[in-house]
Design a protein around this ligand. Structure first.
Ligand code: CTP
Ligand code: MG
Length: 233
């Protein structure tokens, strides 16, 4: 079975409060999206990467990486799940793809993913035949708040709690069907695993480095720059 990647990149980065969507901000003379795509292209087993950009986006096509032979462009949607669904549809229309192929869905805003984690995730899926996601155990103590007050109602046990990262890796046909079903019911789908869970499927957790941050708020950009600098050493 082949392996592909879908990269949702159609958000506008409202929490980042920048003049550009965060995937087009630069770190060491490269845009965040080019850094992210570089990590995926470095995995030779990935046959192609489908980037889902906004319909109105003129920046992606201007990047040199848009012409890379293993990079394809599709149009994103109103929410992340719609963008991913469109990317999967694009892949399924490609003659070389098969529903049994693996697809790694990875946020454009996560340029710090390590080569080792990508290989570990794909290796696990190939070996076991099961879908899996990168994640890390929750580190902070968790508190539940009484709604609309500053008051803590309880401390939530951290036992067996993980934070979901990307990539999330599933069989192309299974993920497409799961997202289609989840999107039609209207439940909030914040990652691919939740769509699979909704359909009764099982998903494995693969421990990832906590360095695989999603650039979300202004302070994350400098942190990502530092992590990328460490990786280059
Ligand atoms: N994304 C997408 N299509 C959308 C919304 C988000 O492809 N309609 C992508 C983003 O570009 C990003 C990834 O999904 O690479 C993770 O989403 P998030 O961090 O929430 O990015 P934004 O939605 O752009 O940021 P914000 O929520 O702060 O506006
Ligand atoms: Mg968002």
């Amino acid at each position: 079975d082949r392996c592909w990647s879908v990269v949702p990149a159609a958000g506008n980065g409202s929490r980042m409060q920048a003049v550009l969507p965060k995937q087009y901000l630069t770190l060491n003379n490269k845009t965040v999206i080019e850094l992210t795509l570089g990590k995926l292209l470095h995995i030779a087993e990935i046959s192609g990467v489908v980037v889902c950009h906004a319909d109105s986006d003129t920046r992606f096509g201007e990047l040199a990486i848009a012409k890379h032979p293993r990079i394809f462009a599709a149009i994103g949607g109103t929410e992340r799940a719609h963008s991913v669904f469109n990317g999967l549809g694009y892949l399924r229309d490609m003659a070389q793809s098969d529903d049994a192929d693996w697809v790694m869905v990875h946020d454009a805003a996560r340029p710090c993913v390590s080569h080792a984690s990508l290989e570990r995730l794909l290796g696990h899926c190939r070996k076991t035949g099961r879908g899996a996601i990168l994640a890390s155990p929750v580190a902070d103590t968790l508190k539940r708040q009484q709604a609309n007050t500053p008051i803590i109602t309880e401390t939530v046990s951290r036992d067996n709690l993980w934070q979901a990262h990307t990539p999330q890796c599933f069989r192309l046909g299974e993920l497409h069907a799961a997202l289609k079903a989840a999107l039609s019911t209207g439940v909030a789908i914040t990652d691919e695993a939740s769509a699979i869970e909704h359909c009764g499927g099982s998903v494995d957790l693969i421990e990832d480095s906590r360095d695989n941050i999603k650039i979300t708020r202004p302070e994350d950009l400098a942190l990502a720059g530092f992590i990328l600098g460490q990786q280059a050493l």
